[in-house]
Design a binder for this molecule. Structure first.
Ligand code: E4P
Length: 230
């Protein structure tokens, strides 16, 4: 499963991109509204950093408006994927944009039926919001499982994107169920790093090595003999 970062913050993208695990990013109007500066510049900057798909969302309610906004957003950067909120108008806009080879991330997908319609309209991604399902006491695991199982037999190229990720367990569930992508907020990425045994193990390796000062010196010399990289 590939990882996107779910944010409108360039600083957060820089932090997680430095880990070498990012394939893309998703923004939405709520996330971008928290940031200072020109939204177009932010989206372009994120595109440059991640070097992969970056979703930027339309806000019109009608298909014609969505298509106009989608074309304009796609023109910001070659990596922009147009995020279209699910509706019948959104389906029509997705069909029109994908006919122009503009990639669409159909967002606010909460059921297998919505995912099936998104796939038929030509969406590149269908974003299923796990946290928001859990918020209304609907089992997000069951819904994501049904979405993946419904799309696969049709041989669709639409990728299931697990969104509204609230904790590391959502990430594992999405991977286990076969989602191609999860878009993860920075807080959850940081939580994914942690395990007490890792920390404890690192400290033990270090202190055991340092109990042999000649080993410490040997490694320092070994490193210093290496040719300097350009
Ligand atoms: C997806 O692309 C959305 O930006 C996002 O995952 C929404 O998450 P939320 O429910 O935490 O706002």
């Amino acid at each position: 499963m590939r990882f996107f970062i779910d944010t409108g913050s360039v600083a957060e993208v820089e932090e997680i991109a430095a880990w070498g695990i990012l394939s893309g990013a998703t923004t939405n109007p709520t996330l971008l509204a928290k940031e200072d500066g020109d939204p177009g510049e932010i989206v372009r900057r994120i595109c440059d950093i991640v070097g992969g798909p970056v979703s930027a969302e339309v806000v019109s309610d009608d298909a014609a408006g969505m298509v106009e906004e989608g074309r304009a957003l796609a023109a910001l950067h070659e990596h922009v994927v147009v995020k279209v909120p699910f509706s019948s108008e959104g389906l029509a806009a997705t069909r029109a944009l994908s006919a122009e080879e503009i990639r669409v991330n159909m967002t606010l997908v909460f059921s297998a039926n919505q995912a099936l319609l998104s796939a038929q309209a030509g969406a590149t991604f269908a974003s299923c919001f796990m946290g928001r399902l859990d918020d209304i006491s609907v089992d997000s695991t069951a819904v994501v499982e049904e979405i993946v199982a419904s799309l696969r037999p049709g041989g669709t190229t639409t990728e299931v994107l697990a969104a509204s990720i609230r904790h590391p367990e959502h990430v594992v569930t999405a991977a286990r169920l076969g989602c191609e992508v999860a878009t993860v907020p920075v807080k959850v990425f940081r939580q994914m790093l942690n395990h007490p045994l890792t920390e404890k193990g690192r400290e033990l390796f270090k202190s055991d090595w340092e109990s042999r000062p000649e080993f410490v010196e040997w490694l320092r010399e070994l490193v210093s003999k290496q040719p300097t990289s350009a």
